[in-house]
Design a protein around this ligand. Structure first.
Ligand code: DC
Length: 209
């Protein structure tokens, strides 16, 4: 019997990863950052000097994915962000990753964060949150992270990259980023991590009774 599944979806830098990790710790559930799957596929394609927009190349990379790929240290940063979003638009890539995500939660339940957890991967999840924030707040948060690694990164460039990625993630035909009809939307624009967690806990507790 499947345990509790909590779906945490939303756009880049909305705070869903931090929140999902804390929910998982609170409910003693396994946690999966599903963005890492797409990042690892994108990285495999880039390593082979392939084009992430090429559906056949990206699908082959998704099928060849190994657990060790998810532990790589180079899955974040602008080239990996873009490659992940490009490979994620291919239906064949998404299809190749469905079973892994479902199996992850099959035994004990899980908290999963991503873009299509509540809509496609676990449409029957007991609790679905869609975490968002203003484009300005999200760009600023992402810029703080990127700037720490690369002091030449500008807020304008980070905001433009993020807007392009969100538009691609929301505009694709295959499992586009959007709140599930029964998801609760939580806007973290004016919330710090503790306040977002407190609000999410109240929402999830209400949903799971
Ligand atoms: O959550 P993230 O920023 O690490 O995700 C990287 C990219 O992967 C994102 O631009 C869209 C894609 N993605 C997806 O399409 N579906 C998911 N469930 C998770 C991520």
């Amino acid at each position: 019997m499947t345990g509790l599944v909590i779906a945490v979806d939303g756009p880049a830098a909305a705070g869903k990863g931090t929140l999902a990790r804390r929910l998982a710790a609170h409910f003693a559930l396994p946690y999966l950052d599903t963005g890492l799957l797409y990042r690892a596929v994108g990285r495999r394609v880039l390593d082979a000097a392939g084009d992430p927009r090429d559906a056949a190349v990206a699908q082959a990379a998704a099928r060849a994915l190994q657990a060790a790929d998810l532990a790589r240290g180079d899955l974040r940063g602008p080239p990996a962000d873009d490659a992940a979003s490009m490979v994620a638009a291919h239906p064949g890539v998404r299809h190749a990753l469905v079973d892994f995500q479902r199996r992850f939660a099959a035994e004990a339940g899980a908290v999963l964060d991503g873009r299509d957890i509540g809509t496609v991967i676990f449409p029957d999840a007991r609790a679905k949150l869609y975490i968002t924030a203003s484009a300005e707040a999200r760009a600023y948060r992402r810029w703080l992270e990127v700037h720490a690694r690369d002091p030449s990164a500008t807020l304008t460039a980070v905001a433009a990259e993020m807007a392009a990625r969100d538009a691609r993630d929301a505009g694709r035909d295959a499992a586009p980023m959007k709140p599930a009809a029964d998801a609760i939307v939580l806007d973290t624009t004016t919330l710090d991590a503790d306040a977002a967690f407190a609000r999410a806990m109240a929402l999830v507790s209400g949903l799971i009774g």
